[in-house]
Design a protein around this ligand. Structure first.
Ligand code: FE
Length: 128
């Protein structure tokens, strides 16, 4: 998929975050406080990435999950931009930028997947 494909397919904000590794402003995303059940899919390619079962209120201003779906659907990469060392998370299928994962999570997994709302779409449904 080239950049022209994504520019046509995605909204401006989706393109900025998913393809240009942008970040939405905290507490502005549509899924920050969502507790609806279902599967969160990649807003770029539709791949299943997270379930509502793993979502928790982190207070950080972005939707947060304590686990990704298994099978390499979410890929981790070192990110040394902005003078910080962080772990970027991307969609394993289309490479779209999702956010970052931190090891300060409050649940037993110890992980906090901090995801831009615009990078995902909730497909309502039962828990898996
Ligand atoms: Fe994707």
């Amino acid at each position: 998929m080239d950049e022209e494909f994504w520019k046509k397919k995605l909204s401006e904000e989706e393109y900025r975050v998913l393809r240009q590794k942008g970040t939405e402003a905290p507490f502005t995303g549509r899924y920050v406080s969502t507790h609806d059940q279902g599967v969160y899919r990649c807003a770029g390619c539709g791949e299943e990435l997270f379930t509502s079962e793993s979502k928790f209120d982190s207070g950080c201003g972005w939707p947060s999950f304590d686990a990704a779906l298994p099978g390499g659907k979410v890929v981790e990469e070192a990110d040394r931009s902005h003078g910080m060392v962080r772990t970027e998370i991307t969609c394993g299928k289309c490479g779209g930028h999702l956010g970052h994962v931190f090891d300060d999570g409050p649940t037993p997994t110890g992980l906090r997947y901090c995801v831009n709302s615009v990078s995902v779409k909730l497909e309502p449904g039962d828990e898996k």
